[in-house]
Design a protein around this ligand. Structure first.
Ligand code: SF4
Length: 276
C-alpha cells in the first residue's frame, strides 16, 4: 500500500437527519449507541502499531458524531478527543451542523470542543456537509457566526464546508454565504476547488485557516463524489481505515472485515489481501 493511512472512527449510526441518499447507513431509526470509550482507546492504541505510514489525522464521524451532546452525554466526545490527542493526533469531526440551530446546544458544544482543543493544544476541525440534501444552513451559519465572533472559539476550532460537486451544492453554498454576509461575515473561494469557502470577519480572521492544502478524494469519493479532507501532508494518496460501532473495519470504503478480536495490524493485513 502506498501513501498514508488515516483512522476514521464512525462512532454511531444514529443521526437526527434521515437523508434518503445516506451512504453511511445512518438515520433517526438507528440505535442511539456509540462505540464504547474503552474500545476507542484500544483502537487508537492498536492503530499506532499498524506497520504503515500513519497519518496524524483522525476523523470522528457517524451518523451524527456529536449526537452524544444531544443525549446529555457531554463527556463522550471530549474523551474521544483526549485519546486522539494523547497519541499526538489531529482530530477532525464530521457533523451535519443541525445542532447549530439551538442556542443552548451550540453554545455548550462549541465551548466543550474548544476546551478539548486547548487541552490537546491542537486545532480541532469541524467538517460540515453543505449540499442540497441537508436542511442545515441556519445551523451552519449560526456555528460559523459564533466561531468567528469569539476569539476563544476561533483560536481552537476551524470549520471546513464540504459538499457534492453539483449545482445543488453550489446553490446551498451561495445561500449560506448570503446568510453570513447579512451578519457581516464574508467568504471567498478556496483556491483549489469550488465547494469550500474561506470565511473572514471584519477583523480579517479566518474560520478556515490557510494551511488546508488540498481536498483529497478517498475511496468513497471515487464512487459517489463525496469528498473528505486531509491537512498538512505531502502524501499523494490517503488511505482510510474506518471502524464502525459494529466492530467492522473498512478499508477505503470498499473492503470490509469484522475485527473479531484481532489486532488492527492483523485486520489490515487481511483487508490488504482483499485489495490486491
Ligand atoms: S446527515 Fe449524513 S449521516 Fe445523517 S442521514 Fe444525512 S447523509 Fe446520513
Amino acid at each position: 500500500m502506498y501513501g498514508i493511512l488515516t483512522l476514521s472512527l464512525k462512532v454511531t449510526n444514529w443521526c437526527d437527519l434521515n437523508c434518503a441518499h445516506c451512504c453511511e447507513c445512518s438515520g433517526r431509526n438507528n440505535p442511539t449507541n456509540f462505540i464504547p470509550l474503552t474500545r476507542i482507546e484500544q483502537y487508537i492504541h492498536e492503530f499506532q502499531e499498524v506497520p504503515f505510514n500513519l497519518s496524524p489525522h483522525y476523523t470522528i464521524g457517524g451518523g451524527e458524531s456529536l449526537a452524544p451532546y444531544q443525549f446529555g452525554n457531554s463527556e463522550y466526545i471530549p474523551q474521544v478527543l483526549s485519546c486522539i490527542y494523547k497519541v499526538g493526533g489531529i482530530p477532525t469531526i464530521k457533523t451535519n451542523g443541525v445542532w447549530g440551530k439551538r442556542y443552548d446546544m451550540r453554545s455548550d458544544t462549541l465551548k466543550s470542543l474548544a476546551k478539548s482543543a486547548y487541552m490537546g493544544d491542537k486545532l480541532l476541525t469541524l467538517d460540515i456537509s453543505v449540499d442540497e440534501f441537508h436542511n442545515n444552513l441556519d445551523g451552519v451559519a449560526n456555528i460559523m457566526t459564533d466561531v468567528v465572533q469569539s476569539d476563544y472559539l476561533l483560536s481552537a476550532i476551524r470549520i471546513c464546508l464540504l459538499g457534492f460537486n453539483t449545482p445543488g451544492t453550489q446553490k446551498a453554498m451561495m445561500a449560506l454565504r448570503a446568510k453570513l454576509s447579512d451578519r457581516e461575515i464574508y467568504c471567498e473561494d478556496l483556491p483549489n476547488g469550488d465547494m469550500g469557502v474561506y470565511c473572514t470577519n471584519n477583523r480579517g480572521m479566518r474560520v478556515i485557516v490557510d494551511d488546508v492544502v488540498d481536498v483529497y478524494d478517498l475511496g468513497r469519493a471515487k464512487d459517489n463524489k463525496v469528498y473528505t479532507v486531509c491537512y498538512n501532508t505531502d502524501a499523494t494518496y490517503v488511505n482510510c481505515l474506518q471502524i464502525d460501532n459494529n466492530n467492522l473495519a473498512i478499508l477505503n470504503y470498499i473492503y470490509s472485515e469484522q475485527i473479531a478480536g484481532r489486532s488492527l495490524t492483523r485486520v489490515m493485513q487481511s483487508l490488504l489481501s482483499k485489495q490486491k
